[in-house]
Ligand binder design. Structure first.
Ligand SMILES: NC(=O)c1ccc[n+]([C@@H]2O[C@H](COP(=O)([O-])OP(=O)(O)OC[C@H]3O[C@@H](n4cnc5c(N)ncnc54)[C@H](OP(=O)(O)O)[C@@H]3O)[C@@H](O)[C@H]2O)c1
Length: 322
């Protein structure tokens, strides 16, 4: 069973068991609102912050610089707080200059990793990142080269820990073999929520944290983080239908169980998902996207609510039934 151990902590000290996702900070979330959320996150002890070097290039007018720059402005305003924040960024999935999609991404060659990381540091006004992810798989580069480049940055002090995102179980297994005992990726960030989509659902470029991936992480002691845990708010909002691929009988049964447990514990259904993620027997740290201070408060309340063992068991049982 994987636990986030003191050596592999996502955050430092006793903090709410969540990471703040900043994907739309500086684009759809205006700078002033984003900074209020960052202030509130800091004050409420949420010190694990997640960005990437391509957030959010797909938004109209976005270049991919905005989220890191937004964090950079906050760090310039609060230089004394930088060391209290665990800053994670990701490289590899930024389109090449002039390109607009992931088919033409900068990728994960050693030179590309090095230059992308240095640009991220400049944008985010940081001299290191606490966690550097390989954002998407790059099968054109040997994993040994990618891992070697990330390890070099770690040894140079520009990166504290390394992780990956959006790997299939078989690619993760290869990365674990290449990384060797105790080396390689220590964190994996994949798409994860209480509901899971039909097997044939097209969620690309996202890759699920499915049971096969969980098994690989558990065996190798890799800490797991789950992005898009709230399915964009679909658990609680009539204006947010479930993404395609979730209209299954199994999802309906899981939703019923989730509604029952949420009513029992006094959280809304999205909050119950966030609480469940961190408290399941194989914890998955939620990477929560918020666009208002109220949404941040809701998430903090969720992850600080202790779910009774029977509630966790009921949720797990409904999730496993097919
Ligand atoms: N590694 C990767 O490839 C990858 C991919 C995607 C995301 N991520 C990371 O994961 C983070 C979260 O991803 P996501 O935005 O897809 O997450 P999500 O949890 O699926 O959705 C977040 C959205 O849900 C809505 N929401 C939040 N709190 C709510 C509440 N209390 N009640 C109702 N609705 C609520 C908000 O929508 P509105 O803003 O519209 O109100 C918010 O923007 C990102 O910021 C990023 O850091 C990583």
């Amino acid at each position: 069973m994987v636990r986030v151990t003191s050596d592999d902590q996502v955050t430092r000290g006793a903090q709410p068991r969540m990471t703040l996702g900043t994907m739309y900070f500086g684009t759809t979330v205006p700078q002033d609102v984003a900074e209020r959320i960052l202030d509130e996150a800091y004050d409420s002890g949420v010190r694990s912050w997640d960005t990437a070097n391509n957030y959010a290039f797909w938004v109209r007018g976005g270049s991919g610089d905005e989220s890191e720059q937004c964090l950079g402005r906050w760090f310039r305003r609060h230089p004394e707080r930088r060391d209290e924040i665990s800053l994670a960024t990701k490289v590899g999935a930024r389109p090449r200059p002039g390109a607009r999609d992931l088919d033409e991404a900068l990728g994960l060659s050693p030179a590309a990793i090095d230059s992308q990381l240095r640009a991220s540091l400049r944008r985010s006004a940081a001299d290191h990142v606490d966690l550097l992810y390989a954002h998407i798989d790059d099968t054109t580069v040997p994993l040994a080269d990618t891992l070697g480049a990330m390890e070099e940055l770690r040894q140079a002090g520009l990166v504290r820990r390394i992780g990956a995102s959006n790997l299939t179980a078989s690619r993760l297994r290869t990365a674990i073999e290449v990384g060797g005992h105790g080396g390689g990726y220590r964190f994996l960030q994949q798409r994860f929520s209480y509901l899971w989509p039909a097997a044939d659902a097209d969620i690309a470029p996202h890759v699920l944290l499915d049971e096969a991936v969980v098994a690989e992480c558990s065996a190798a002691g890799i800490a797991m983080l789950g992005y898009s845990p709230l399915l964009s708010g679909a658990y609680t909002r009539a204006d947010r239908p479930l993404p395609s691929g979730y209209a299954t009988q199994h999802c309906n049964a899981m939703l019923q169980s989730l509604a029952d447990v949420a009513a029992w514990v006094g959280l809304d259904m999205g909050q119950t998902v966030l609480a469940w993620m961190g408290q399941r027997s194989t914890p998955v740290w939620p990477v929560v996207g918020v666009s208002t201070p109220e949404q941040l408060r809701s998430a903090v309340t969720a992850v600080e609510t202790r779910l009774p063992d029977d509630a966790l068991a009921a949720l797990d049982a409904a999730r496993m039934e097919q």
